[in-house]
Write a protein that binds this ligand. Structure first.
Ligand code: 57M
Length: 358
């Protein structure tokens, strides 16, 4: 609204010229998303409690989780809802990188909602089948990658931190590579979402980092100065990043230990997919491994654990994902969470520092 309806009036009212600036609209987006998600969150929790729509906790997990049974979930409904509402007020939708990222986020929102609906509301513990989920995720990601390349939003070059030029042109294989980045990110965030606030912390640090990078990537002079690829209108992704940070902070108000609500697959799959697409739209697929390092470690711990058990009938960790390993080692839940946040903040700062090291 601000951009599409108010900025054109800046001819008559010069003060409205401010709506042109991504920095102003991003700051406004952060504030609006934070307030909307805190207000909406309380209403949503009350609704879920009244309907007794709560989390089913598996009995093969850490004992400390059994008391969490019945905690309202599907908080992703108001996280994504707050983001969309905020963007309607603050974003310039004439940005293909923004529209593609939103497309993936909304597609995974529908998938996650369906999964949670079946598990929580219909008490069908399996939800959407693993195969069905992967098919939906890959189809969405391949379409997003294809649109990005076909409409010249992104090229098929692969860039690496510390190097000015691309390391290789993947040509058509790039679309498959992009699909693995987006689907991998979505599922890694989903696996990470296993302790109070554990996923939303790194989601916020990753979004903030990618938002700063997107601003530079969409700015001709800055991208040239930093020797990073220039992507036209990628700067609008900064407004999306600010909305994610705001909605995430608002969600954390309730998800902090002891959680009053979980985000559900509707939140983890959609936000993870958005972050992966965000990385692709700014040509930072490899740097994203550092930015989202916590998500990578969580996913790799599962792969190693399952692989080791299948090959050697022995576990590497007391339990995977790795946050359960530390819980079973006796770390109190809040300590695991805050230490993972500290690592995420460190990785975010390191990632931004690499922009200047090319
Ligand atoms: C996503 N979901 C949480 C909540 C959240 C292959 C295997 C590694 C899969 C993995 C799995 O099932 N992952 C599903 C993780 C669940 O959280 C719900 O799911 C949503 C996210 N998708 O929003 O709605 C539980 O996590 C806890 N939680 C919190 N606070 C939060 O803010 O405490 C979540 C959010 C909630 C709540 O207890 O019920 C989950 O853990 O399922 N499986 C596992 O992670 C299991 N690991 C395992 O089986 N490891 C094996 C092999 C397969 C690797 C091994 O180590 O040998 C663990 N999870 C559970 N039980 N629930 C351990 C067993």
């Amino acid at each position: 609204m601000l951009y599409h309806f108010l900025y054109p009036l800046s001819q008559e009212i010069s003060a409205f010229n401010i709506f042109r600036y991504i920095t102003f609209r991003s700051f406004a987006a952060f504030l609006i998303a934070t307030i909307v998600s805190i207000v909406w969150g309380q209403v949503f929790i009350n609704f879920m409690k009244k309907k007794q729509f709560g989390q089913v906790v598996r009995d093969d997990g850490p004992e400390s989780h059994f008391k969490k049974a019945g905690t309202p979930t599907m908080g992703g409904v108001f996280i994504i809802g707050s983001i969309i509402l905020t963007l309607l007020f603050t974003a310039n939708f004439n940005s293909k990188p923004l529209l593609i990222t939103l497309g993936v986020m909304l597609s995974y929102f529908v998938l996650g909602f369906l999964d949670d609906y079946l598990k929580v509301l219909k008490k069908n513990t399996d939800g959407v089948s693993a195969k069905g989920k992967l098919l939906w995720q890959f189809a969405t990601a391949i379409i997003a990658g294809w649109i990005g390349v076909k409409y010249g939003v992104i090229d098929t070059e692969l860039y690496s931190p510390f190097l000015k030029d691309s390391i290789i042109n993947l040509h058509t294989i790039y679309i498959l590579f992009v699909a693995f980045v987006i689907v991998g990110s979505s599922n890694a965030v989903n696996l990470t979402d296993g302790l109070d606030g554990l996923a939303i912390g790194p989601i916020v640090t990753s979004a903030a980092t990618l938002g700063i990078i997107a601003y530079a990537t969409g700015h001709k002079e800055i991208s040239e100065y930093l020797f990073i690829p220039y992507i036209e209108s990628a700067g609008e992704l900064t407004v999306l990043a600010a909305s994610i940070v705001g909605a995430g902070v608002g969600f954390l108000w309730y998800n902090s230990y002891p959680a009053q609500i979980f985000m559900g697959d509707v939140g983890s799959l959609s936000l993870g997919g958005a972050l992966g697409t965000f990385a692709v739209m700014t040509k930072n697929e490899l740097l994203f491994v550092v930015i989202g390092g916590i998500f990578v470690v969580e996913a790799v711990s599962v792969i190693l654990q399952v692989g080791s058990y299948k090959l050697r009938k022995k576990r590497i960790f007391k339990m995977a994902p790795i946050h359960h390993h530390f819980e079973l080692k006796g770390w109190p839940e809040p300590k695991v969470i805050v230490r993972f946040w500290i690592i995420s903040i460190f990785l975010a700062i390191l990632s931004i520092a690499t922009l200047k090291m090319r």
